[in-house]
Design a protein around this ligand. Structure first.
Ligand code: AMP
Length: 477
């Protein structure tokens, strides 16, 4: 994405509005700190010699961020040196260590997307013995070799055996329910985006936080920052973002079943209609002209004359075997429905992706599921998981079910349960190939052979839909 220096001012403007808005709903945020897991990635050059790096890396490396004036509402536990360290282990380790040291001061815990925060929790699960050792002795893990971090941590490190014992005792427990509020007892909310593709993390975040409010504060992209949520304490399903008209020139392509080709004329920001869905089209100060971001938004209201949008989904994440087309929202709904059966086994789907397997005839949908089994003595059995396959099929659209039942052009849906930690490996793999930790999103559909090989090598059980889903010609939607 092209960008220009002055774009940083626009991003800064949007960031600067987040806390004044939050302050209307949550008081006392100036009396403590935010534990945010923020990361940079190493930079590359384009063949033409331009600097290329993820948008958030640009922001964290800018003077806007690095030399930001003191603001009691925006004090982070993570030192800049840790955020700016490109080695993700050293960066995460230091950020976690600082967050643990200041556990009493932490008032909010966050990351850019929900997946980033869960990655931090997983990191704590894997590294608490070493982290608590460091806190007990006031020393720094020898794996942290970055000189800037070492220098700044020399000011932070002190032996605190009581704190170390407390954290170690809690982390050693098998049950991590509510771990966030146990370790950071003054946390008022989690600051993470859980709208759109991130919605599936809500149950896992609720589990680890004991149901703390989830604040989705802003809506942005590499291309352009779009707007903010003026009621950040609203439930994730009710979140709307107010577009800031000064971020870019916004136009909207009507979307949905009733928008015929003729009706698909671009609509200006002020002319969108409540209840209608649109695809976002932007013309940016950095040079994109009528660029289709790929997001579908629904108008929910107006703030003065600025429309407010519910994020519906990102376009074009499709599974297709025959004439069926399954998008991300449908797949998400199907996974949600199926995972309800798992509730009585105290189990949830923490991560999933899918794949249209056309090597078999007929082809079929393959789901890769990573499960969080809270009670290992009550692991859902083959019958339950094959039932999940069927519930997923029942939840998919009528074209899919017609292909399954009437045309026999799609085979039974398959769930491959993968080992715990597999999706983290997938993320590591993506990061090793250049993805950004902050902006990483689990692909909801995979086609890249090495990724599928990785997933397949971690499969622990395989389950197929035991019967045909329901379908009659009248039920076509
Ligand atoms: P990236 O440029 O990689 O950071 O991705 C930007 C995309 O992430 C957007 O176009 C959206 O599809 C998605 N996204 C960003 N913010 C939100 C949000 N608040 N809610 C839902 N999806 C979001």
């Amino acid at each position: 994405m092209p960008t220009i220096k002055e774009e940083l001012d626009r991003r800064q403007l949007l960031y600067s509005l987040l806390m004044p808005v939050m302050n209307l709903y949550v008081k006392g945020l100036d009396k403590g700190k935010g534990l945010y897991f923020l990361f940079v990635k190493s930079e590359t050059k384009t063949p033409g010699g331009l600097l290329a790096r993820p948008v958030l890396t640009s922001y964290y490396k800018s003077e806007h961020f690095k030399t930001r004036p003191y603001d009691p509402f925006n004090v982070y536990t993570s030192p800049n040196e840790a955020i700016l360290c490109a080695d993700s282990f050293q960066s995460m380790y230091t950020q976690m260590l600082c967050g643990l040291y200041e556990s009493e001061q932490v008032l909010r815990v966050g990351a850019v997307f929900a997946s980033g925060l869960l990655r931090a929790i997983r990191f704590l699960q894997l590294n608490w013995p070493q982290l608590t050792h460091d806190i007990r002795t006031g020393s720094l893990n020898t794996k942290v070799t970055d000189p800037a971090i070492q220098e700044c941590m020399a000011q932070v490190l002190r032996p605190d055996p009581d704190l170390a014992d407390f954290i170690a005792k809690e982390c050693a427990k098998e049950n991590w329910k509510g771990i966030i509020t146990t370790i950071w007892p003054n946390t008022k909310y989690l600051d993470v985006i859980v709208t759109g593709a991130m919605a599936q993390y809500i149950p896992t975040l609720d589990y680890y936080s004991g149901g703390l409010p989830l604040a989705c504060t802003m809506y942005a992209s590499s291309e352009c920052y779009f707007g903010l949520n003026l009621t950040p304490m609203s439930k994730p399903s009710q979140v709307s973002y107010t577009i800031m008209p000064n971020m870019a020139y916004f136009e909207f392509l009507p979307h949905g079943p009733n928008s015929s080709k003729h009706a698909r004329k671009l609509v200006d920001l002020a002319d969108v209609e409540i209840g209608k869905e649109y695809e976002l089209v932007i013309t940016t100060y950095s040079g994109l002209c009528r660029y289709r971001v790929g997001d579908i938004l629904r108008v929910t209201g107006f703030y003065n004359s600025a429309p407010q949008f519910h994020f519906v989904r990102r376009k074009n994440v499709l599974l297709s075997i025959d004439s069926d087309k399954t998008d991300e929202a449908e797949l998400q709904k199907a996974v949600e429905n199926a995972s309800q059966i798992l509730q009585e086994f105290n189990t949830s789907v923490v991560e999933y992706t899918s794949y249209a397997d056309t090597n078999t005839i007929p082809g079929h949908y393959v789901m890769y599921w990573e499960l969080l089994v809270k009670d290992p003595t009550n692991f859902p059995n083959e019958k339950v998981l094959s039932q999940c396959c069927l519930v997923m099929e029942e939840s998919l659209n009528s074209v899919y079910r017609q292909c399954r039942v009437a045309d026999n052009s799609i085979g039974p849906l398959e769930i491959r349960v993968v080992k715990s930690g597999t999706f983290e490996e997938l993320m590591d793999y993506a990061i090793s190939r250049g993805a950004s930790i902050n902006q990483y999103k689990v692909p909801r559909c995979v086609t890249f052979t090495p990724v599928m090989e990785l997933l397949d090598s971690r499969v622990i059980s395989v389950h197929f839909s035991p019967s045909l889903p329901h379908w009659t010609p009248e039920r076509r939607r």
